[in-house]
Design a binder for this molecule. Sequence first.
Ligand code: GLA
Length: 404
Amino acid sequence: MKKNIAIISSALMMLSTAAFAQKAEGLGATPQMGWSTWNKFGCNIEEGILRETADKMVELGLVDAGYVYLNIDDCWHGQRDSLGFIHEDLGKFPSGMKAMADYVHERGMKLGIYSDAGSKTCACFAGSQGHEYQDAFVYAQWGIDYLKYDWCYTEDVNPKSAYRVMRDALAATGRPIFFSMCEWGHSKPWEWAADIAHSWRTTGDIWPYFETIPEEFNGQWHGEPVLTLVDINEPLRAYAGPGHWNDPDMLEVGNGNLTEAENRAHFTLWCMMAAPLILGNDLTTMTQETLDIILNKDVIAIDQDPLGVQGLRLRRDGDVEYWFKPLEGGDWAFCAFNRGKEDVTVTLDWDSFKFTDEVSGCTFDPQGCKVRNLWDAKEKVRKIQKVKNLKIASHDVVLYRISR
Ligand code: GLA
């Protein structure tokens, strides 16, 4: 009882500071990186998988590469108690959520959790509606560092108010908690959420298919293939920047039947779009090819570049798209992506790409530059040639870093 009274009075104190709340500063200077339970494990989660994944992330060098968040998505919830405080499902997390947080913190990582602005989460567990301050308080007590806040069961809820309330509730805890909005882009959060969240979903859910969802899913709810999300997210580039990122959903690299080329293209396009890099595959069983993709530090550096500009699709010639991303210090990332079903050889006339990016004000001028192939370390760094023939396999990319 004493404990509950202490909790309630702390919660009330938080309420009184909420009027001055703002989102946690200093988080999300570059897009967030980590791993989430959802894409591979869905609701089949328990603390063993999380501990194993955390260990793997350290052992494989993923944490050193920047993947620091271990995010528990939907389905961790137990019940609310008689005072309305949420508890973890002790069947799935017998050691408790606080112990989970301690475990990941000891490994230099951070723990993320999931809730929903409505009455229920998408998997029908308790939502935070009407319990925002209590929930934020419980998360902070557990040592949570990241909240993904979903949008199911929100029929009469105003998105701006709902996300502001949770932002303020998180701020009132005094703990820096990364705030990841997940309202699927329905009310154009990129237009109003820069001071509310560190990232917002721009799209519906990703599924591990590259171009189309198989017909067998017609007529039932399904997620979207990788390329659909790219096409929705690319035009929103002007809204992204340090502290507030467009989020075309978590990675499916290593999931489903994506080929090695498709995994590489998916990862590359996320990096070109300065998207959050939240892995979603089983790290304990992945192939070496998948590991090599997600651990390529030169490619990660494109995503994490401090200039924080989301790249653009400058041109499309037939099936081949040419993407550019300005980087700190005058460098550029260049990606040629073959969307087609056939391998192609294209002729690049570098001068034809000269342009000034309206969003960043940066000018691409190939004159006197050198190029480094980021997916083929064996290829020598060389001076840019005026014209270059480039082979690009179906659904694959060629990625260069171009510098003076
Ligand atoms: C929604 C979200 C997904 C995932 C599920 C969990 O569909 O968009 O990313 O969090 O809910 O139920």
